[in-house]
Write a protein that binds this ligand. Structure first.
Ligand code: IPD
Ligand code: CA
Ligand code: CA
Length: 259
């Protein structure tokens, strides 16, 4: 895959990953957002600021949609938009210092054309260009094993203050816990979706994600021939928040019975 903009995205994702490790040695200045469990640190903000500066220096004509809101203009005014989650899995980053990622997608006219998800702790770089295949550290990844729910391990994330989780997702998850090989709550949507792409997980389910959580991983999983839909089986818009069913295609029909 030869593309100057994609190479640049890979390069800044890796630098941002190293930055997250270096800055983690300083006091975190922890803040909360929507609830006591929704954390943000100065590192989320500094990493996003670094990415935004780099992107605008190189591509001043592009827009940015970032979780921390560093880019002040509306991304809707731009043809090419970078969608950034500076740290996906902030709670893991704070508590465990592992299983978090830098997630960067590029969309043109609302269609995802490139995605990179970088785990700096494992030094795992997942990326994909639309119609160009998906890669992990330069090796092509294809999801070609066939599974059933009984043979699957499924990841989710449940927020108890969210009524969706209490009423609907809990029934789904209880059913899947009974019938699958197990449920995990690993808490980085971007990485968990990449794990589906390489078969470490067979599905990832979430009642409510934002575009920056999934846009890069969606391209990677789809290019690896995985399946991405919302809870009502609709195709997901890369630029907007959505519920998420990301899975090995061979279990999709069976999975739908649990919703
Ligand atoms: C969160 C993680 C988590 C998911 C949440 C996201 P953040 O992102 O991806 O796994 O369940 O919905 O908000 O806040 O760590 O960037
Ligand atoms: Ca996130
Ligand atoms: Ca984040």
């Amino acid at each position: 895959m030869k593309n100057e903009m994609y190479d640049f995205a890979l390069e800044i994702a890796k630098i941002a990953g190293k930055m997250s490790i270096d800055l983690r040695k300083e006091p975190l200045k922890l803040e909360t957002k929507r609830s006591h469990a929704d954390l943000v640190t100065f590192i989320d903000k500094e990493v996003e600021q670094f990415l935004v500066n780099k992107i605008l220096e190189r591509y001043p004509q592009h827009g940015i949609l970032g979780e921390e809101g560093t880019f002040k203009e509306s991304y809707k005014n731009f043809e090419t938009v970078w969608i950034i989650d500076p740290i996906d899995g902030t709670t893991n980053f704070v508590h465990q210092q592992q299983h978090y990622a830098i997630s960067i997608a590029i969309a043109k006219n609302g269609i995802g054309i490139f995605g990179v998800v970088y785990d700096p702790i494992k030094d795992e770089l997942f990326y994909a260009g639309k119609d160009d295949g998906a890669y992990l550290n330069g090796n092509k990844i294809i999801l070609d094993d066939k599974k059933t729910i009984r043979e699957s391990v499924i990841s989710t994330c449940m927020f108890w203050e969210d009524p969706n989780t209490k009423e609907n997702l809990s029934k789904t998850i209880i059913g899947l816990a009974r019938d699958s090989r197990g449920i995990r709550m690993m808490s980085s949507a971007a990485l968990d979706m990449c794990y589906v792409a390489i078969g470490r997980l067979d599905a990832y389910i979430n009642p409510r994600l934002q575009a920056w959580d999934f846009s890069a991983a969606k391209i990677i999983l789809e290019e690896a021939e995985g399946f991405v839909r919302d809870h009502k089986a609709n195709i997901i818009n890369t630029m907007e928040g959505s519920s998420m069913i990301a899975c090995n295609p061979s279990i999709y029909e069976e999975l739908l019975n649990y919703f």
